[in-house]
Design a protein around this ligand. Structure first.
Ligand code: 6R9
Length: 707
């Protein structure tokens, strides 16, 4: 058997054991990790001999830590001259200025020189057993491996250029340039996870354009809003998506979106299925256009602080915000967290099952793993297609070493029982990760006990679109350090979390809760909100001047470990998808029958949070509530996405409001939680009788069962 690095298994074992032995040294009678073997840069940090000391150093000597890591781990065209120039109170964040580099070169070219035949991407297509492997660039062999069940078919077909990621990226980059895309432009990508989506992202990076990947579950209107805000002239999509055995007409959605986007001049359409779709004069077949291009594409020379991508996410107002990430700092942070949080080693197969439309897909399906020269899995399917064993069958078939998924999927799978997991060989697994929302103890323990056979560390990873990469997570720490179920626990290198009380004072004691802030800048953080730096400052910098405000609450235990308790603002988290309640309300309020509405999240067994809408109808309306509910759901699905649709819609005569007219969502939450003793102070309510009506209506809608 040949392994990706070209070594035999025996030789790997020998190298591995030598590496492990070298990395432990006796310290005060115990075997401690040799910190320089763990992180070579640490050899240059004075007095650092343990991982804990390394963590302290990274925070108290942040500049020298990040300078060393950036020099070591990125390939620079020109070295940086300043490490950082940041002032959180002003919203000024700059890292590695003076430095010039190209992100696609860091993710591709440098690995092509060291391990050209290594597989970069394994595209786990919806159809089980039909994965496609794409090398960084293989020497000599010019075909794609398409494995169908146990048969291997070597296809020398039209798609042969798909076999190398560098080549695909270069052709795509040249194509974009030919169509007039320039440095500084922004290309919108509306695609499911697939190699061409990754190559599109990297092609933008290659030519210096920014990308704006929009989750392919978003509606035409949501897509149009993002295209307009980003002012994209170019959209890249697929004819149809395939997910859970169903066809999704993505090109149709793009057609609808583009009708309302005057900036769009061209749409490139890749063929995911063989079904033809109607092409307009603006549409071009992506593969055909790529075939016309050269396989070499001169990389643009980018400044560290040039924009790498925008990614839209929800805030507490109705309008999504396009968070901006830049080149060097983002890439470095994604790479370093990928390496150390998951204990990634050269040659491992890394399986992040998030969609590339979310930040998790950006940082841990694409940029982190590719910067480290890893083999990364792109998962196109669902956890239960064709059956609830899908994840673990994939782990077995692709020999995945690190598996990174969302609590909502874990909660869903645990209900199907242990057999679906135990059927498959998971012995390749070394780390299990969780992301997107709090993981409850039951789900964490099942993940650890059943999936991980109690032998694999489970890392709950807390972070955000804004943070660029993982900020709080149990590893890296001393190898034998405890991991507490359901807790993100420890800050990553360079991260200094603090908790604030309601008056904005830093809480210094343990066993306490507060608003989670980060006390000093780190290279991976977002730089601004596209077109709205003022909103960036107001949202993240002004609530606690001098600190980055995360919008989450957290508890710090007696031992000093962090546990995230949830959002402090009106943002909810449905199946790991972030959505502002105001965004849903804005859409509900668009219906002509609706006078006003209030949307809240409630605890949901599987989704984490469900959506509950209270709706006040206009006086003259006398439509059946069932028809109206359907109409409201259809509108939300059309304007935002299916996942944002309310699970419950309660029609009410009025909403509980303060005398100044603010809706008291706290009261609505307590009603839905059936915590009537916890309604709290109602004295500021304009009309306390409204609450009784709401309680009554809620019981009629939901009966004895709490939602
Ligand atoms: C990476 C990602 C960010 C929000 C964040 C928080 C919640 C994410 C979490 C978690 C508890 C975790 N969140 N990870 N809550 N424990 N391990 O999900 O980014 O989509 O921007 O969402 O998700 O509330 O503020 P994003």
């Amino acid at each position: 058997m040949r392994l990706p690095g070209g070594c035999s298994p025996k030789c790997v074992i020998t190298i591995f054991s030598r590496r492990v032995l070298r990395s432990y040294v006796p310290v005060q009678g115990r075997w401690r990790c040799n910190v320089a073997a763990f992180m070579p840069e640490a050899a240059g940090f004075d007095g650092v001999s343990t991982r804990t000391a390394l963590q302290d150093y990274s925070v108290s000597n942040s500049e020298s830590f990040w300078a060393a890591v950036a020099r070591q781990r990125l390939s620079w065209i020109k070295p940086f001259t300043t490490v950082q120039d940041c002032d959180l109170s002003q919203g000024r964040i700059k890292w590695f200025e003076g430095g010039k580099l190209n992100v696609s070169v860091n993710c591709l070219d440098r690995h092509v020189h060291t391990c050209p035949e290594r597989v970069a991407l394994i595209w786990e297509r919806d159809e089980p057993g039909s994965e496609v492997k794409i090398t960084y660039r293989s020497v000599g062999l010019d075909y794609v491996y398409v494995c169908l069940s146990s048969f291997v078919i070597l296809s020398m077909s039209l798609i042969s250029f798909h076999s190398h990621l560098l080549e695909m990226t270069c052709r795509l980059g040249n194509m974009l340039r030919r169509y007039g895309v320039q440095k500084g432009d922004c290309v919108t990508i509306y695609m499911p996870p697939c190699p061409l989506a990754v190559a599109s992202m990297l092609a933008c990076a290659r030519i210096g354009a920014a990308h704006n990947v929009v989750f392919a579950g978003f509606s035409a209107e949501a897509l149009a809003e993002r295209i307009r805000d980003a002012k994209s002239s170019t959209v890249i999509t697929v004819n149809q998506g395939v997910r859970g055995g169903k066809i999704i007409k993505l090109k149709k959605t793009v057609d609808k979106a583009v009708e309302n986007c005057p900036s769009v001049q061209q749409v490139f359409v890749a063929a995911r299925t063989d079904n033809p779709v109607t092409m307009t004069p603006k549409d071009f077949a992506l593969e055909e256009e790529m075939m016309k291009e050269d396989v070499v594409c001169e990389p643009a020379v980018m400044d560290s602080e040039d924009v790498l991508f925008l990614l839209y996410t929800s805030g507490s107002t109705g309008k999504p915000k396009g968070l901006v990430h830049t080149q060097a700092g983002y890439l470095l942070y994604a790479a370093l967290t990928h390496r150390y949080v998951f204990n990634y080693h050269d040659g491992d197969v890394f399986g992040c099952v998030a969609d590339i439309g979310w930040i998790t897909g950006h940082s841990y399906s694409v940029y982190g793993p590719l910067a480290n020269g890893a083999t990364t899995v792109l998962f196109e399917s669902t956890p239960i297609y064709p059956n609830p064993g899908r994840y673990w069958e994939v782990v077995q078939r692709l020999k995945i070493n690190q598996f990174y998924g969302a609590p909502t999927a874990i909660r869903l799978l645990l209900k199907y029982g242990d057999e679906w997991v135990q059927k498959y060989d998971r012995s390749t697994l070394k780390t299990l990760g969780s992301v997107g929302e709090p993981i409850n103890t039951e789900a964490w323990e099942w993940y650890h006990r059943v999936v991980g056979d109690r032998r694999i560390p489970v890392v709950d990873t807390w972070w955000q679109t804004e943070t660029g990469g993982i900020c709080i997570t149990p590893r890296p720490s001393e190898p034998d350090a405890e991991i507490v179920p359901g807790m993100a626990m420890r800050p990553f290198f360079g991260i200094k979390p603090v908790l604030m009380d309601s008056e904005g004072k830093v809480l210094t004691s343990n066993n306490t809760s507060g608003a989670l802030c980060i006390a000093q800048p780190w290279p991976g953080m977002a730089r601004t909100i596209h077109n709205n730096h003022q909103r960036f400052i107001e949202t993240y910098c002004q609530p606690h001047p001098g600190y980055f405000f995360t919008g989450d609450g957290a508890y710090r235990s007696k031992e000093g470990y962090y546990q995230i308790t949830g959002r402090l603002d009106d943002v909810i988290n449905v199946s790991g998808h972030r959505i502002g309640t105001a965004e849903i309300e804005d859409v509900v309020n668009l219906c002509s029958a609706v006078a006003e509405s209030a949307v809240i999240g409630y605890a949901h067994d599987i989704k984490g949070e469900g959506v509950y809408a209270f709706v006040v109808l206009k006086k003259e309306v006398n439509t059946q509530s069932a028809d109206l509910s359907k109409q409201l759901n259809d509108t939300v699905s059309m304007k935002i996405a299916k996942y944002a649709c309310p699970d419950y819609i309660q029609f009410v005569k009025r909403l509980p409001k303060t005398r100044s007219g603010k809706i008291m969502r706290r009261v609505l939450r307590k009603v839905v939680e059936r915590d009537l003793n916890g309604l709290g102070d109602l004295s500021t309510l304009d009309d306390p009788a409204a609450v009784q009506e709401i309680i009554q209506g809620h019981l009629e809608l939901c009966g004895d069962e709490q939602p």
